[in-house]
Every structure is written in C-alpha cells, then in structure tokens.
Write a protein that binds this ligand. Sequence first.
Ligand code: DAT
Ligand code: MG
Length: 151
Amino acid sequence: MAIEKTLILIKPDAAKRKITGLIIDRLENSGFELVGAKLVRVTKELAEKHYEALKDQPFFENLIKYIMGELHGIANNKILALVYKGENVISEMRKIVGSTNPEQADPTTIRGAFGRITTKGQFENVIHASGNKEDAEREIKLWFKDDEIIE
Ligand code: DAT
Ligand code: MG
C-alpha cells in the first residue's frame, strides 16, 4: 500500500455558498493528514495548466472562468487549496468527493450532497480532487512550493 498525496481545491461555488467548513469537515473525517493549506490567487495561466488535459473540450472556457471564480464574482480570484496525505489517499478522497457529474454523484458524497448543474449546463461540483497518482504529483507541484508541504 502506497503513501500518497492528493490535491484538493474548494471551488468558488462552495466559497460563495459558505459551505467550505462543511466540506472540510467531511474531508477531515476521512482521518487523512492535512499537509498543505493556503489561499491561492488563480491566474488564467494556473487555471489553464491545471486543466490542460481538457483544453479541447467545449466546456473548457467556462471551466477556466469557474475555477478562477469569475462565474461567482469571487474577488481576487482566490481559492482554498489543500493537500492531504495517507495510504491510498487519492482514490479514497475521490470516493468521498463523488462523481464528476453532480446529478450522477451518490447523494452521500460531497458532490452528491452539495453540487448542482445550472440551467446553463455548468457543472458546479464544489470540489476538485486529483484523479490519479500522475495528476496528483503534477497538480501539487503546480499549486504548492516544496516548502509549503509540511510533513
Ligand atoms: P473530475 O473533476 O471529476 O476529475 P474531470 O477531470 O473529467 O473531472 O473534469 C474536470 C472538471 O471539468 C469537472 O470537475 C467539471 C468539468 N467537467 C467535466 N466534464 C464536464 C462536462 N461534460 N460538462 C461540463 N463540465 C464538465
Ligand atoms: Mg480530473
């Protein structure tokens, strides 16, 4: 069993709706160790790098606006970024987070409980969690400096 780290982002819809605490409560109840936490100003460059694998998708442009907080009027494009560590933390956090489509997500998951699809078709799924080991390593490097991870 591998000790891994995973990147979590509390997305702007969650910040706007003041459910950051509820979400962190669920993450913390997993028992995994928090090893990184900070507010990040999301530049267009950071957003596009984070979602680079999706650049050809029709929803890409709105996805960038979403993660930058521009769909929700978040001042200074800020977002809360967290890193959790532990055995199989990547897949275990994905279970807690739930499916990408919030309407298909199990209602006991974070996305199932708090996510929605707007009438314009925007997925508002309240949280990001790295999908696999490669993504997690790339994403943590993108969002955090080495000395901001405390372990
Ligand atoms: P996940 O966030 O579950 O890892 P992903 O990496 O495939 O999902 O996509 C990243 C984000 O892009 C996702 O959280 C919401 C958005 N997205 C994905 N598929 C979508 C779709 N079919 N329509 C609208 N937004 C979508
Ligand atoms: Mg993903």
